[in-house]
Design a binder for this molecule. Structure first.
Ligand code: GLN
Length: 487
């Protein structure tokens, strides 16, 4: 039996129940969170920016709205936001020097929908620059430490969002996942991370990294909060043509305490050499727990998994090189000192404004798209992407969801992977596949290593199959939180 899951952390649904019963006000709730940030964040570095006065103003407005008899599905709940999503009037720097001083003029659609339901936006969380990385060490601003072991990384790129939830410095947080950036930091910090299917949540107002892979999702203390947040954010948006016009089911209603009638697949290729035993043991125990909850569990194959890293790093870099072309010192953020000619100004701005990892990706991406190499790299990667997507389609013809590890290793020590891009890239092997296929996935805490470091169970579901993923995650989480039956 795994250890209790996040019992001590605040949740949005519990806070909302107290708010509705009048047991606390939003102002009190936000003051608690701000107090916790003040007391703890100096040692963690999850936040890049917090505006206490503004957050308290939003909380008081939420209290007034409630007093006027006006409900909202998140009325008065503080939400932390990864520094890549636009929140009107707040900085949005993507943890990059090039966007220092940039203030968002509008709300991202996901943010606007949460705001309409009364969410309070308290601060901006640290990340790898432009979401490129797996440790948050690529931030141009600061280091973020893992609340479970401050000598270790929180994961990335949504490392600040995961760390602030795990440290109780936020009730829920928004992150983004292009190749694992929600699920992997959730696993490293011991919280729940949900990456919805491609097109489930509008990307309008998200600073694009790789547009065919990016999705907005959540970091939360439990699965019920992930369902609640998705419920509010999901659904068609005329500002994003890739956002799907599919009905939004009642995600809360999908949460049950057993897995009877569910078929779960275990992809053989996700349990091969390179998977640390400290990770494999709790993941295998979680799989057995799902079986005990009534699921039918069977091994299956995703044969193209071994090509996923190469495919992802060609496509993600190609799209990044195109998306980041807009940061040239003309329209956004910082500009290098005035130069005699525009070309020198563009070059200086980008040379000074971008960090090493961003430059590496822009250069790689430009290379794989250049004439002569396009067919060999980019087109080949697109073809392999189709094969990877078909692997999942075939798997989901036989099962409702897949169970796997999130990352092959425990959280790295600070600095351990920072100077070795290949080592860092290879750590994404179990997460990039979902983005390439456009399917949904969630990381749920499944115990810890002997040293007390958290491990995540990854639950993958078909495109628009969030209900299944949430159901599996909730049933597992509820069983892991129940005290073991006594003799
Ligand atoms: N670690 C992966 C990368 O560096 C994924 C990042 C992400 O999901 N934003 O690209």
């Amino acid at each position: 039996m795994a250890e209790p899951v996040n019992r001590a952390l605040p949740t949005a649904h519990a806070a909302l129940a107290r708010l509705r019963r009048g047991e606390c006000s939003s102002e009190e709730l936000v003051r608690d969170v701000l107090g916790r940030i003040r007391a703890t964040d100096g040692g963690i570095g999850a936040y890049l920016w917090v505006d206490e006065e503004d957050a308290l103003g939003q909380a008081r407005a939420a209290d007034a709205r409630r007093a006027a008899g006006n409900e909202g599905r998140l009325l008065g709940v503080p939400v932390a936001v990864k520094d890549v999503l636009n929140v009107r009037g707040q900085p949005c720097t993507c943890a990059s020097r090039i966007l220092r001083g940039y203030v968002a003029p509008y709300d991202a659609t996901a943010v606007a929908r949460l705001r309409a339901e009364g969410a309070v936006f308290a601060g901006r969380t640290n990340m790898d620059e432009f979401a490129m990385g797996s440790t948050t060490e690529n931030s141009a601003v600061q280091v973020t430490r893992n609340p479970r072991d401050p000598e270790r990384v929180p994961g990335g790129s949504s490392g600040g969002a995961a760390a602030c939830v795990a440290a109780g410095e936020a009730v829920v947080a928004l992150g983004t996942d292009t190749g694992g950036s929600i699920r992997q930091p959730a696993a490293f910090c011991g919280c729940v991370g949900l990456k919805p299917s491609y097109g489930r949540v509008s990307r309008y107002g998200l600073t694009a990294f790789a547009s065919s892979l990016d999705q907005i999702g959540t970091l939360s203390a439990d699965v019920r909060d992930a369902a609640l947040m998705l419920q509010v954010m999901a659904g068609a948006d005329c500002m994003d043509s890739t956002c799907l016009d599919a009905p939004v089911p009642d995600y809360g209603a999908a949460l049950r305490d057993d897995l009877r009638g569910m078929k779960l697949g275990i992809p053989r290729e996700y349990f091969v050499g390179g998977l640390a035993p400290e990770v494999e043991t709790p993941v295998r125990a979680a799989i057995e727990q799902c079986r005990a909850l009534g699921a039918e569990v069977a091994e299956l194959s995703l044969p193209h998994t071994e090509y996923a890293i190469a495919t992802y790093y060609v496509i993600a870099a190609a799209e990044a090189s195109a998306n980041l072309a807009r940061f040239d010192g003309v329209r956004y953020g910082r500009r290098a000192r005035a130069e005699s000619d525009p070309m020198t100004m563009y070059c200086r701005t980008r040379a000074e404004g971008f960090g090493a990892e961003v430059k590496r990706r822009v250069i790689l991406g430009t290379y794989v798209l250049s004439s002569g190499y396009y067919d060999a790299y980019y087109l080949t990667a697109q073809r392999v992407r189709t094969l990877i997507r078909r692997d999942f389609e075939k798997a989901f013809a036989h099962c409702d969801a897949l169970l796997a590890p999130v990352a092959p290793s425990l959280p790295w020590r600070l600095g351990e992977a920072a100077d070795d891009p290949l080592k860092m890239y290879l750590g994404d092997i179990y997460t990039v596949t979902a983005n390439l296929a456009g399917i949904c996935g969630m990381s749920v805490p499944c115990g810890s290593s002997a040293d007390g470091l958290p491990v995540g169970l990854q639950i993958l579901g078909p495109a628009l199959g969030e209900e299944k993923v949430l159901r599996v995650g909730h049933a597992y989480e509820a069983s892991a939180s129940r005290p073991a039956a006594g003799p």
